[in-house]
Structure formats: C-alpha cells, structure tokens
Design a protein around this ligand. Structure first.
Ligand code: OAD
Length: 233
C-alpha cells in the first residue's frame, strides 16, 4: 500500500472529453501563438484578443464533461487508504466536476478571474472584456484571466515540493514534458517514489520513469486505478 500518491495531470487527460491539447496535431499552439495569448506581454499588447481566447475556452467548458480517467482518479481519492493528491496543469474544471477534492491547479483556472489592481480573485463562468469592472475595487479594465502565463511563477509550489519529496508513488498522466517546473517533478519524486508515466506516447522526460503505460487515459487510467484499489500494484 502506498501512503502518499501524487498524480500530475496534463492536457492529455482531458482530450477524450473534447478539450484540445496544446502540442501535436490539433493542438492549441498550432492555431495560436504562445506569445500572443499566454504571456503578460501579449496581454499588454492586445488584452481584447487574450480575453477572447479565454472566453472561448471558458465557453467550451459548458459542452464537455469529465471522462472515465477523471472519474477514476476521483474514485481513487475517495476509496484508497493512503493520501491521494492531484496536481494539474490543466485550467479546465473536469477534475473537480468528477469529484476530486485534493487538487492543486498549478497553472490557474479558467473559471477564476483576478484583478490586476486590487489582487482580488473570484470564480465566474462568464465572459470578460477590457470593459469589465472588478466587483471588489470597481475599476474598469483591470480583470485578467487567473491563468499562469509563460514567464510567471506557477501556483502552489510551496505545497507541491513537500508533496513530491514525501510521495511514494508518482504518476504522470497526459503531459508531454515540455513545460517546467512540472516536467521536472518526476526528478524530485523519484528519489523516494516509484514513478509511472501514463501517456499516449513517450514524453520528453520518459527516461526518468520506472514504468510506462502507453494508451488513451480513458482506458488505461481506469485499469491502473482498479489495480491500485485491489492492491495489485
Ligand atoms: P501537451 O499538449 O504538451 O501534451 C499533451 C500530452 O498528452 C501529449 O504527450 C499527448 O501525446 C498526450 N495525450 C493526448 N491524448 C491523450 C489521451 N487520450 N490519453 C493520454 N494521453 C494523451 O500538454 P501539457 O503537457 O499538459 O501551460 O502542456 C503543459 C502546459 O503547456 C500547459 O499546462 C499549458 C501549455 O502551454 C500554460 O498555459 C501555462
């Protein structure tokens, strides 16, 4: 039995729900430039374009649902005897809709908005523009997506590091290993933990994992979780 399972998820876990990943065929970074929509600089240059990009993605959330992989991870947290934590790079809300409670959104959340002026954060599934007014301070044009852009520091790192150091099983699901610090988590965890990669293809950091399970998350995560719950891995 593992005492402290830490799971890192990336865009690949939400693909079967109908949300495009970032890289590879059909990926978001094929249609948009990272510099335009995922940097503070891009936002300063054209905030309306950045709002449109995130409004579209926020709208998309209304048409999708958690898939069997999200549901299996929620079931693992509920039924496993040890602690289970999900750290996600994803900004969708599919883990929480599936029932995962012990969850850290390290790259922010589509359904959260932040005021650049007063620092207030609030949940919303509405659309925003440069005309939007901060409900806390009343200023116009100061609301930005609560998303970690390239060049910004990911969220919850102070909680994540001790979790990785104390993990005895680290599972990475649906991430290509392109973006740090998340891609480096396996390096920290592998000092004490067994490390397992579940992905459609070998990631850039595949060499650092003890075990590889190649396949669609919706099928292989479910199988792996069932084995964990039966004490078979
Ligand atoms: P990527 O798009 O880079 O990688 C997704 C991975 O999921 C790829 O390796 C795919 O092969 C795999 N994959 C696709 N479909 C799958 C499926 N059905 N089952 C299992 N695996 C599947 O996405 P991330 O690694 O999550 O950051 O990207 C990391 C960060 O880069 C994102 O959080 C985002 C992006 O720029 C920010 O926006 C800050």
């Amino acid at each position: 039995m593992y005492k402290n399972i830490v799971i890192l998820t990336g865009a690949g876990i939400s693909v079967e729900s109908g949300i495009a990943a970032f890289r590879g065929g059909g990926g978001l970074w094929g249609d948009y430039k990272v510099d335009d929509v995922a940097t503070l600089n891009g936002y300063r240059k054209n905030p309306a374009l950045v709002h449109d990009f995130y409004n579209k993605r926020r709208r998309e959330l209304k048409d999708v649902s958690p898939n069997p992989a999200h549901i299996a991870l929620a079931e693992l947290e509920k039924s496993y005897s040890g602690r289970v934590t999900v750290i996600t790079q994803n900004v969708d809300d599919l883990h929480e809709r599936a029932g995962t409670k012990n969850l850290l959104h390290m790259h922010g959340e589509l359904l959260s908005i932040r005021c650049e002026d007063c620092g207030d954060r609030f949940k919303s599934d509405e659309e925003f523009s440069i005309e939007s007014i901060c409900p806390a301070c009343g200023k116009k044009g100061v609301l930005r997506p609560d998303i970690v852009w390239f060049g910004e520091v990911p969220m919850h790192l102070e909680k994540i590091e001790p979790l990785l150091l104390s993990a005895d099983l680290f599972i990475s699901i649906g991430t290509s290993g392109n973006v740090y610090p998340a891609a480096g988590f396996v390096r920290i965890a592998r000092n004490n933990a067994r490390t397992v990669e579940i992905n459609l293809e070998a990631s850039l950091t595949a060499d650092l994992f003890h075990e590889h399970i190649i396949g669609n998350a919706g099928a292989v995560v479910v199988e792996y979780v069932q084995k964990l719950l039966k004490g078979g891995v």
